[in-house]
Every structure is written in structure tokens, then in C-alpha cells.
Write a protein that binds this ligand. Structure first.
Ligand code: SF4
Length: 84
């Protein structure tokens, strides 16, 4: 499978440090509470086993990086039948 988005060619496989940088960038403009570490860990475990996760990083339903979405307290799984 290609590492690029089929729509725009952007890189979609991101190292952890890049995900962290994007999370901090997001929080700079959208300040909000983070999920408790155990909550985020639990969410990410569900995403890790989810067939809707693409490239190991991205949710098919919303296009979000799951590592970021799962760490934001007020977010929910966007699947029609949410998994977390
Ligand atoms: S956010 Fe929900 S639908 Fe998306 S990858 Fe995670 S568990 Fe799957």
C-alpha cells in the first residue's frame, strides 16, 4: 500500500513525533482538555483493532489521526455505531 493519500498525495504515515507536533499545533488553536491517559490508551487500543483505521493512523469515518482524536477529551468515535 502506498504511503501517500490517493486523493492528494500527502504523506499519511506519520512517526510518533510528528503526531505529537500536530497535536500541540491543534491545541494551540483549539485549546481544550485532554483525555485522561488511561482513557486515551483504551480508545487507542480499540482503534488499533478497528478495521476502519487506515494506514495505521487515520480513521476512515472522519479522516482524523486517531492518535489525536483519541487524546481529546470531548471527542467520540465517529463511526455510526461509536466504539468509544
Ligand atoms: S475512531 Fe472509531 S471508527 Fe475510527 S478507527 Fe477508531 S474505533 Fe475505528
Amino acid at each position: 500500500m502506498s504511503a501517500g493519500c490517493p486523493g492528494c498525495g500527502a504523506q499519511v504515515r506519520l512517526p510518533a513525533r510528528e503526531v505529537e507536533r500536530l497535536l500541540q499545533q491543534y491545541l494551540a488553536t483549539h485549546p481544550g482538555p485532554l483525555a485522561a491517559p488511561l482513557v486515551a490508551q483504551s480508545r487507542l487500543a480499540i482503534c488499533a483493532a478497528c478495521e476502519q483505521r487506515l494506514y495505521g493512523t487515520t480513521c476512515r469515518h472522519c479522516g482524523c489521526l486517531v492518535e489525536i482524536r483519541a487524546r481529546l477529551q470531548d471527542q467520540r468515535c465517529p463511526a455510526p455505531q461509536p466504539r468509544w
